[in-house]
Every structure is written in structure tokens, then in C-alpha cells.
Design a protein around this ligand. Structure first.
Ligand SMILES: Cc1cc2nc3c(=O)[nH]c(=O)nc-3n(C[C@H](O)[C@H](O)[C@H](O)COP(=O)(O)O)c2cc1C
Length: 171
């Protein structure tokens, strides 16, 4: 079954939830984690549907992404996940098992090894095809001062969308 056509069909739902937080999940095979992201983009490049996520190197998720080179994005389509998004966005997988603590179901991905969150209604599965650390020299000075006082510049991960689907297990 081709799961990709939905990537643009559901983009509006993803972009609407993004500023409020969505889950970025990664597994290396040995380690598994999820974190909240509020920045990102979805589009089309290199003849592929692509999601861009921005992760600071200080995040535990960064070290997993570097190894796994793949990720999933799980988007809650109702407001029930608000508390989980807040905790996944303020605690680190270095200190707690977020899936266990937040009672999140790590459902197997359809195309990749990284898990998707069973309680979320919209899912993207991605393989990293390009990554780039932000170059402060080319960054607007106001943005630099506002967001990068500690010079923890985001790494942008460009993920080819391998699958995009509504998760029937979530309401
Ligand atoms: C609403 C919200 C959006 C966030 N967006 C991002 C983001 O886009 N990129 C990022 O690096 N951190 C973002 N964070 C912060 C991380 O989620 C947070 O530092 C988290 O504890 C990292 O978890 P980890 O150490 O387990 O990877 C966001 C936090 C919240 C609450």
C-alpha cells in the first residue's frame, strides 16, 4: 500500500498542531526516546516529500538521531496530549523513560524501526537524507540574539517521508 499521497493532504493538520507541539520519536535499536518539537517544515525537494525538523545538539534525541538517521513524527489531533507534550518537552530521555512515564504506546513503524506514538492520530515516518547545522554567520542577528544566546544552534534534519497515515488506533 502506498502511504505517501497523504503527505500534502494532511500537511494542514500537521502545521496547525506544530506550534503547540508534536512528538519526534527515534530508536537506535538499543535506545528509544521521544521529545516535543514546535518548529519544522513540510515540503517537496529532490523530487521527494520532505519534513524538516530542528533539534539542538544538547537534546538527548540529537545523539539518537545521529545514530539512527531516521525518525517519526506523531501528531495528536485532539487536546488530550497537552500534558504529555509539556513533559516530553521539558524532561530528558537521559533521565526518564518518557514512553513508560507518560503511558505512551510505542507502536512499530510501518517502514522504519523508530516507533510511532499509538495515541496520536496522524503519523509521518522519515529517513534522514540531508542534515545541516545552522550557520550563525548567515543568520539574522535578531534571531541569533533571541534564540541562540548559548550558541546551541539547531541541526536541521531533512527527512524523506516514507509513510504518512492516519492512525486508526487513536481517536
Ligand atoms: C512546545 C515545545 C516545542 C519544542 N520544540 C523544540 C524544537 O523544535 N527543537 C528542539 O530542539 N527542542 C524543542 N523543544 C524542547 C525539547 O522538547 C526539550 O528540550 C526536551 O526535554 C528534549 O528532550 P530529550 O533530551 O529527551 O531529547 C520544545 C519544547 C516544547 C515544550
Amino acid at each position: 500500500m502506498d502511504n505517501k499521497p497523504g503527505y500534502s493532504q494532511f500537511a494542514g493538520e500537521m502545521l496547525k498542531q506544530l506550534p503547540k507541539g508534536i512528538f519526534l520519536s527515534v530508536s537506535t535499536g538499543e535506545e528509544i526516546n521521544t521529545m516535543t518539537i514546535g518548529w519544522g517544515s513540510i515540503g517537496f525537494m529532490w523530487q521527494k516529500p520532505v519534513i524538516i525538523v530542528l533539534v539542538r545538539p544538547s537534546r538527548y534525541t540529537y545523539s539518537l538521531l545521529q545514530k539512527a538517521q531516521e525518525f517519526t513524527v506523531s501528531i495528536p489531533l485532539n487536546s488530550e496530549m497537552k500534558k504529555s507534550l509539556a513533559i516530553a518537552g521539558s524532561s530528558s530521555g537521559r533521565d526518564i523513560d518518557k514512553f513508560g512515564t507518560l503511558n505512551l504506546t510505542a507502536q512499530p513503524g510501518k517502514c522504519i524501526s523508530s516507533p510511532v506514538i499509538g495515541e496520536c492520530g496522524l503519523i509521518y515516518e522519515c529517513r534522514v537524507i540531508f542534515q545541516q547545522t545552522m550557520d550563525p554567520e548567515t543568520l539574522d542577528m535578531d534571531i541569533r540574539e533571541k534564540f541562540y544566546a548559548h550558541e546551541d544552534y539547531h541541526v536541521m534534519y531533512f527527512g524523506e517521508i516514507l509513510a504518512c497515515y492516519k492512525n486508526s488506533q487513536a481517536d
